[in-house]
Design a protein around this ligand. Structure first.
Ligand SMILES: [Zn+2]
Ligand SMILES: [Zn+2]
Length: 160
């Protein structure tokens, strides 16, 4: 069994001044060797906790965890780097009979920011396969987040 690391970089076009926090929860799609299925949605509820492979009743856990989350405030955006360490070796998907791979990148991230107009706190989630361009407006009408191209980039490396 090999040791692999999934590196996810997010670049959110938000005003760093109004940004509050990124949620602990992260969802990604990745092959799960435990249930031998490609492209499972794996939920990480917190740093250093094991991932939950969904649907839960079909798998008793993803063999890996969210090891770190780094938040960097840039001048005009927020960057979040996630590292997931997991065990993997290529397998044949139990249902579709195809070899597992990392070509499909999907993720969902949640973050919170203040509206610069009315100060209301807004929680936003964005994911890979949303229709873009897409703007998020606060209840007051102010555009608080612009999602015009995918904020995500993915890399999987073998670490040993
Ligand atoms: Zn699984
Ligand atoms: Zn507002």
């Amino acid at each position: 069994m090999g040791k692999y690391q999934y590196r996810l970089k997010c670049e959110f076009k938000v005003d760093p001044e109004s940004f509050i926090s990124v949620a602990d929860e992260l969802e990604i799609s990745i092959p799960c060797i435990n249930c031998q299925r490609d492209h499972r949605t794996i939920v990480f509820e917190n740093i250093t906790e094991k991932g939950i492979c969904t649907p839960r009743k079909k798998c008793n856990g993803f063999p890996g965890k969210l090891t770190s989350r780094e938040l960097i405030k840039k001048s005009d955006h927020i960057q979040v780097n996630y590292l997931i360490d997991f065990e993997y070796e290529p397998f044949i998907d139990q249902k579709y009979n195809v070899k597992s791979n990392f070509k499909f990148g999907w993720t969902r991230v949640y973050f919170t920011l203040n509206c610069s107009n009315c100060e209301k706190e807004n929680t936003i989630s964005t994911q890979e396969n949303v229709g873009r361009p897409w703007d998020v407006k606060c209840d007051c009408g102010n555009v608080i987040y612009k999602d015009h191209k995918s904020p995500f980039s993915y890399k999987v490396i073998e670490v040993n």
